[in-house]
Design a protein around this ligand. Structure first.
Ligand SMILES: Cc1ncc(COP(=O)(O)O)c(C=O)c1O
Length: 357
């Protein structure tokens, strides 16, 4: 596998590249995609880059029935001097294999898939938008393909990588969001699949997300699935609290996704000498601290928005306005530092960026 050559078939009909200022998230895709297949006994094989196209699957393919699938999400950025940078892509490859392990999907060769990803980006690099805040979103994913209606791990799989130019998350500059603390529904429990990046977790989150949007909130804050007391994470972000000068984020407990941005924020805070701890935090503790005037900032972290300041929480009807609904200084500093490193505009003391040459 390691030395298998990636066969490339170029498209005959290049698509029109959309205007960078009109990009949405995840709606348009580049000219090519990467595919690789797996069959028990043979392993991962036939890596190839082909024109972006629909795929054909047997209606009995196990992905449709039992949801055995995993995915990743990362971004490529074009610097002012036309270099293409990836942000900590090895973390995403590592996490893909952690998810594979949980979902009984055969592991991938992380180095090989990262190399394939770079080849694909090189081929479609004219699609990387350049205006501020834009990037090329990269979606590697694996689906189970065996046609079989029995509940078991599939004997065949397909890995694909698709690319999507995406617009700036903050069209009018970084601004705080309103978050609804979910009491009825849960996303994941320890021992379940919460720490894996798998479709079922997101399907399970839709109901609460829809209801919170109707109430005017942009995302849900999940509490633990057993006592509904301890804070876990937001829909597609990890969460941080700055209380009385110290930063706290929920400890990884098996039901929280370990975000690459979360890990980067923790490293940066330590580097800056700001106290940061990973521990169990109850929603009661946050409200209590707020009543005592100690909650300074709350922010989410994730690939899409990088840093998303929280301006308001609503827990059982009790609204908590944070920092007068304004973006806090620490949120802003983290956002600027991480995005500048991603775009090659600031030194990268941790060697986080990887150039696609
Ligand atoms: C459930 C969930 N939590 C957290 C995150 C943040 O992870 P990352 O920083 O790797 O994007 C994501 C996004 O991938 C997510 O889907």
């Amino acid at each position: 596998m390691k030395d298998e050559l990636i066969k490339t078939t170029l498209t005959h009909s290049k698509k029109e590249i959309p205007n960078s200022s009109q990009l949405e998230f995840g709606r348009c895709f580049t000219d090519h995609m990467f595919i690789m297949d797996y069959i028990d006994g043979k392993g991962w094989h036939d890596p190839r880059i082909v024109p972006y196209q629909p795929i054909s699957l047997d209606p009995a393919a196990m992905i449709f029935h039992y949801g055995q699938t995993v995915f990743e999400g990362l971004k490529a950025y074009k610097t002012k001097d036309e270099k293409v940078l990836l942000f900590r892509p090895n973390k995403n490859m590592e996490r893909l294999n952690l998810s594979n392990e949980r979902l009984c999907i055969p592991k991938i060769d992380e180095e090989f898939v990262l190399d394939a990803l770079k080849q694909l980006i090189r081929l479609d690099q004219e699609w990387i938008p350049t205006i501020e805040g834009t990037s090329l979103y990269i979606r590697p994913f694996i689906i189970s393909t065996e046609p079989y209606l029995g509940v078991a791990a599939s004997k065949s799989y397909r890995l694909m990588i698709i690319l999507s130019p995406v617009g700036s998350y903050y069209k009018e500059g970084i601004h705080p969001v309103k978050i609804f603390v979910e009491r009825e529904f849960v996303r994941a429990v320890a021992g379940g699949t919460g720490k894996a990046k798998t479709a079922g977790n997101y399907a399970a989150s839709l109901k609460a997300q829809e209801l919170s949007e109707k109430l005017g909130y942009s995302q849900v804050l999940w509490l633990d699935g057993v006592e509904k007391k301890y804070i876990e994470e937001v829909g597609s972000m990890n969460i941080f609290f700055k209380i009385n000068g110290k930063v706290i984020t929920p400890a990884l407990n098996g039901s929280i996704l370990e975000g690459v941005t979360r890990n980067s924020v923790i490293q940066l805070l330590k580097h800056w000498g700001i106290p940061v701890s990973e521990r169990k935090i109850s929603i009661d503790e946050i409200y209590e601290s707020h009543r005592n005037g100690l909650v300074e900032e709350i922010f989410g972290t994730g690939t899409a928005a990088v840093i998303s300041p929280v301006g308001e929480l609503n827990w059982e009807g009790e609204k908590m306005v944070i920092n007068n609904g304004q973006t806090g200084l620490l949120s802003k500093k983290l956002y600027n530092t991480i995005t500048n490193i991603q775009n090659g505009e600031e030194p990268d003391p941790f060697d986080w960026t990887v150039e696609v040459k």
